[in-house]
Structure formats: structure tokens, C-alpha cells
Design a protein around this ligand. Structure first.
Ligand code: GMT
Length: 375
């Protein structure tokens, strides 16, 4: 098949999944064309059958807001013609699904170009709901030839929010279980924590939805009982809030801001516990990556997280904002080496049995075939 993939290039999970899927499909012999405004960070290395098309927007003084949608649509139309694309797979609906829709309609007299949209979360639950976007996203989702969601929770919410006729097909996210592995690196670990200290980790884009203040509160509560350190990986608008909360709780010297990091697998493997107390997560790819590295997770019971983290088995879940329960869960895990080991091993087992790339790439391939046959 000749597949066009539209995605964001940045560090978010939707870009990671789109890039990893592109690589897997290319290795299976499909010709894959990726469209984005920058090379996705997971696609920096050469891969036969994989082509990247950079969408550049003309810089003209009249444009206060560069018309990315038009530039993206033009690029799709151009590549679809020259490469004879069979279908478009859109990751994150805004603005990719409307661009794919426009391209499909523009090419309608020449060729069929079915669209599959994969909803990832905030494109539905946060941004997509906004009146600025709602009607256009609803229309273009309904006009997609197929829609998938990364969790059951998001599939239901996508259907409800947009009143979709059909419930999206659930195809969960996956993790590279060969890159995300448990590993010992005492030399690196000793740069952050003494042997008797616990190392807690949080990775995100530091947006309000991630509740960075809760991350710091949970950490401070744990640190009162068990001397610990907190690694914060990522960057974003809530960095200052996190720092202020750390100062308020007098733990700032124990909190390490590592900024954006590319090789997070190594950092997961150093850590004793991963914290994800988000307001909402459609899936929580970082929680799955932690589990693959044998790191138990304490997270919010929200969105698709209960489909990834098994409460009491691979970590603990508590209602959003219940930091006391999250501290209690963290302390249970960190103060009981046997429980910690059991949860760590079970996490890896779940990653291997339910979220390995191969069967999930199979599911996408199968869905592509169904949609191509129907259209
Ligand atoms: O978490 C974010 O804000 C980034 C966003 C993205 O587009 O990458 O993440 C969403 O998609 C990920 C991949 O499917 C999911 O693992 C995240 O749970 C989801 N984030 C939210 O729902 C908040």
C-alpha cells in the first residue's frame, strides 16, 4: 500500500505513535509518506520506503496567522498525485482531518483517497470541543472513511462529543519493547540520588492538563516519609508553577528539571516510580513506556488510563486531584520491595502481552484493507 501519514512532529504521544507506525509499515514493505512541518524526532534516521514531506508556509507580511491548512492540503494533493497514494492516515484531528478532507475532495475526479482519522485525546476532549473548531472537526470526522481511537474511553467520548454515527474502532497505542527495557545504570542513577533515596519521575509537555502541582505535592508527601528525588522531564507553561510549588513545599533542592530529552528509555530505567496525576489522558503513552521499563505507575483514574495501568497490579490509580491517596499508593509501592518487584514485572508483562507493536500494526494494516475495500 502507499500510505500518507499526517502528524505533529513534536514530542507528544500522537507524533510518537504516528512515526513508529510509519517505520513499521515501511519495514513491512509499504510505501509511507509522512507530512508534517518538521521531521518528526523519531524519523530522523534513514528508512527505505519512508519519505518525509515538509510542509512549509509562505511567510507574507499580510499573514498574521500562517495558513498551514492550505499549505498542508496542497502538499497532500501534490504527493498523492505523484506517488499515487492509496489512503491517508491522519493522527490528531486538528487541523489534519480538514486538510485531508479538502485534498480528497480536490482529487475526487482523479482518484479515490480514503481518509482514516486516529483521534488521540485533546483533539477531541479539549481543543476539539471548543466552538472555534467543533463544527469543522465534527464534519471532517464524520466525512472520514474510518475513525479509530487509542482507547475505549476515547472512542466513546469521540462518539458522544461529536454525535458520530459509528463508534470509532479502538486500536490502542503500542510501545517498542526492545527500546523500552529494564536496565541498571548505577553510575547515572548516582548523579541524581543516593543509594538509599527513591527516584520518582514525571515526563510530559508541562501543560495544565498534566497537573504539575500535583506531581510536586505527591513527591513532597513521599519525601516526608522516604527520602527521595524527583526528575521532571519535559518543558511547557507549567514549569514555573512546578518550581513555585517545590519552593513552597521546601523540596526544590530535591527536584531536578531535566528539560526535553530524546532518550527517555534510559531515564525510565533509573526510576523507582512514575507519576501521572493528569486531569485527563486518553491513553497515557508515557505510563505504558514506564511499565515496559518495569517502573510502577501512580496515576489519575481518568480517561483511558485504567485501560493501561491495572490498579493494584501495575501501580495505583486515584481520582483526579486526590494527592493524599496518590501519596499513600506511592508509599505502599516504595516501602515494600516485594510489591515493587511484583508490580514492575507485571508492568513489563502487560506491555509485552497487550501493547507490543506487531499485533497493533497488524490491526492498523487490517483496518486499512477494510477501508480500501469499502471505498
Ligand atoms: O498529552 C498531550 O497533551 C499530548 C497528546 C498528543 O497529541 O500527543 O497526547 C495525547 O495522545 C497520546 C497518544 O495517543 C496519549 O497517550 C495521551 O494520553 C493523549 N493526551 C491526552 O489525552 C491529554
Amino acid at each position: 500500500m502507499k500510505v500518507g501519514i499526517l502528524c505533529y512532529p513534536s514530542y507528544g504521544g500522537s507524533g510518537v505513535i504516528a512515526s513508529d507506525l510509519a517505520r513499521h509499515l515501511a519495514r513491512r514493505g509499504h510505501e509511507v509518506h509522512v507530512f508534517s512541518y518538521e521531521t518528526p524526532f523519531r524519523l530522523q534516521q534513514f528508512e527505505a520506503n519512508l519519505f518525509f514531506h515538509q510542509v512549509e508556509v509562505l511567510d507574507y507580511p499580510l499573514f498574521r496567522f500562517p495558513p498551514y491548512l492550505i499549505a498542508l492540503t496542497s502538499k497532500i494533493v501534490d504527493v498523492a498525485r505523484t506517488a499515487q497514494l492509496d489512503l491517508l492516515h491522519v493522527h490528531y484531528a486538528i487541523p489534519h482531518t480538514p486538510a485531508a478532507y479538502l485534498a480528497r475532495e480536490m482529487l475526487a475526479r482523479e482518484r479515490k483517497l480514503p481518509i482514516i482519522t486516529t483521534t488521540h485525546g485533546t483533539d477531541i476532549t479539549l481543543v476539539g470541543k471548543d466552538p472555534q473548531f467543533f463544527e469543522v472537526i465534527r464534519f471532517s470526522l464524520e466525512s472520514s472513511d474510518g475513525v479509530t481511537a487509542v482507547s475505549h474511553n476515547l472512542a466513546i467520548e469521540s462518539k458522544e462529543v461529536f454525535g458520530l454515527e459509528k463508534t470509532p474502532r479502538v486500536i490502542p497505542n503500542f510501545v517498542d519493547v526492545e527500546a523500552y527495557i529494564p536496565q541498571q545504570n548505577p553510575a547515572l542513577r548516582s548523579r541524581f540520588a543516593l543509594p538509599e533515596e527513591k527516584l520518582l519521575l514525571h515526563i510530559s509537555n508541562f501543560r495544565p492538563i498534566k497537573r504539575l502541582e500535583d506531581v510536586v505535592k505527591i513527591f513532597a508527601g513521599v519525601n516526608q516519609v522516604l527520602p527521595s528525588r524527583l526528575l521532571l522531564v519535559g518543558d511547557g507553561p507549567e514549569k514555573v508553577t512546578a518550581l513555585q510549588m517545590a519552593q513552597q513545599l521546601a523540596v526544590e533542592e530535591r527536584v531536578h528539571f531535566l528539560g526535553r530529552q530524546e532518550n527517555v528509555a534510559e531515564i525510565f530505567a533509573l526510576s523507582d516510580l512514575f507519576l501521572l496525576p493528569s486531569e485527563k489522558e486518553s491513553f497515557g503513552l508515557v505510563a505504558l513506556e514506564a511499565m515496559a521499563c518495569e517502573v510502577p505507575v501512580v496515576a489519575s483514574k481518568t480517561g483511558g488510563l485504567p485501560e493501561v495501568v491495572e490498579h493494584g497490579l501495575t501501580g495505583y490509580l486515584a481520582p483526579v486531584g486526590h494527592t493524599d491517596a496518590m501519596i499513600e499508593g506511592s508509599l505502599k509501592i516504595l516501602s515494600n520491595p516485594l510489591l515493587h518487584r511484583q508490580m514492575a514485572e507485571r508492568g513489563r508483562k502487560v506491555a509485552l502481552s497487550r501493547f507490543r507493536a506487531e499485533p497493533i500494526v497488524d490491526a492498523y494494516e487490517q483496518y486499512y484493507k477494510e477501508i480500501l475495500n469499502e471505498s
